[in-house]
Design a protein around this ligand. Sequence first.
Ligand code: MGP
Length: 206
Amino acid sequence: MATEDASDTYAAAPPPPPEVEVEAEKQPHKLERKWSFWYDNQSKPKQGAAWGSTLRKVYTFDTVEEFWSLHDNIFKPGRLTANADFHLFKAGIEPKWEDPECANGGKWTWAISTSRKSTLDDMWLETLMALIGEQLDESDEICGVVANVRQRQDKLSLWTKTATNEAAQMSIGKKWKEILDVTDKITYSYHDDSRKDRSARGRYTV
Ligand code: MGP
């Protein structure tokens, strides 16, 4: 009897007016935080130009709709020829060793062993979705992700904040490998080491 009463009440409730429903659909879906997309085209470097002189911040966004619009229009690194970088970083953090949030950090790097550009695009997208969806437990540790388009080998790097926090970095590295669904070894290097020696060895491996 109680059930019948409840369903009667439900059936008697008036449906929301159609204009209210349409308004709700129009609301953009907010992300947990703002992200900035950066682009660096190094295909025609000027003689003697300092590193970073071609790095540009392109767009900052904080909704799912903006993310997909960017993805559909410009977010595909595999479309580029060579010597260009795509970056997606938390808004307020510059994709440079010199940024205070990155200065004591480092990066996990996955060197892509296939020349299929679709692999770079797919893994870039998987990583972006994991970042904006806050899928990594240590999300405070994350600075952003970089896609390096190179003639010899494309790379993806996940930049984090505190290189010496081995436990956090290992956890991030393992999770990122799960997201990428790869068995290749990936290596974590300190920015501080890279600054001193371009071919410095990595510190952690998963
Ligand atoms: P890289 O692009 O991180 O290394 O740095 P990679 O990918 O091994 O080299 P590539 O030839 O495939 O591009 C390459 C060089 O760029 C470094 O040795 C630095 O001279 C310079 N560089 C790179 N980063 C990320 C920075 C940075 O954040 N700040 C400064 N000042 N220089 C950088």
